[in-house]
Design a protein around this ligand. Structure first.
Ligand SMILES: Nc1nc2c(c(=O)[nH]1)N[C@H]1C(S)=C(S)[C@@H](COP(=O)(O)O)O[C@H]1N2
Ligand SMILES: [Mo]
Length: 210
């Protein structure tokens, strides 16, 4: 089932949690709003905005799940202070998408879009990290509806809200713009190792003005 993507050496000690986090047993469900119903015939995954060739890219569910499969072992850190460690996420690495649908050289950020208009903005470098993955599975099992089936983004080096569940597409952007939680008091970057939880902690250059 594809090739494992290596852990970054800086995070080799998986048992170490970011500051202020505690270990959670089991896997709680955390999100805003209702769980969307998956309708395969209506589902599509879209890449749009500042693509290199100015075109939009679109995959049906069958097409998307036929893309090359890889796995990443990564922890999930919720900004409300619990962490879930050691999950094996399986799916399509963001780098695969970036190769098929290359961004224009002017792209600096992306907006990741999910059902019901949920969104989260990421720096292109975070999105393009070797360990960022559009996951369809956790520990080999398909995701359940409440955990994001059919597709969620996992960006291991950022707080978990930066990884939308029920993700439907990505907008390539040539300037930064805040997503759903980033507009509502959460940090624009969201690095858990630097405890970037809230927007009042932002320093100049961390994000667009509120
Ligand atoms: N679409 C969507 N994705 C989301 C959220 C949300 O509110 N909507 N919440 C985020 C937050 S804050 C966390 S901690 C994780 C929780 O994932 P889990 O419910 O699978 O543990 O999902 C993230 N993805
Ligand atoms: Mo969270």
């Amino acid at each position: 089932m594809g090739q494992p993507v290596g852990r970054e050496s800086g995070e080799a000690a998986q048992s170490e949690l970011p500051p202020g986090q505690r270990l959670q047993r089991g896997w709680p469900v955390t999100h805003y709003g209702p769980v969307p119903k998956f309708r395969p015939e209506r589902w599509e995954f879209r890449i749009f905005g500042a693509t290199a060739d100015g075109e939009k890219y679109c995959w049906t569910h069958d097409e998307f799940t036929a893309l090359p499969y890889a796995t990443v072992v990564a922890d999930l850190h919720c900004v409300t202070k619990f962490s879930m460690v050691g999950a094996e996420w399986g799916g399509v690495p963001t780098r695969t998408i970036l190769e098929i649908a290359p961004p224009s050289p002017a792209v600096t950020h992306v907006m990741v879009w999910a059902e019901y208009g949920f969104s989260s903005n990421l720096r292109l470098d975070d999105f393009a990290s070797e360990r960022s993955i559009f996951a369809t599975r956790k520990d080999g099992e398909l995701l359940t509806a409440e955990h994001g089936f059919p597709l969620r983004l996992v960006v291991p080096q950022l707080y978990a809200w930066k990884g939308p569940k029920w993700v439907r597409g990505v907008e390539y952007m040539t300037a930064d713009r805040r997503g759903f939680w980033e507009e509502r008091g959460y940090h624009n970057v969201g690095d858990p190792w630097r405890e970037q939880r809230y927007s009042y902690q932002e320093e100049p250059g961390d994000g667009p003005e509120l």
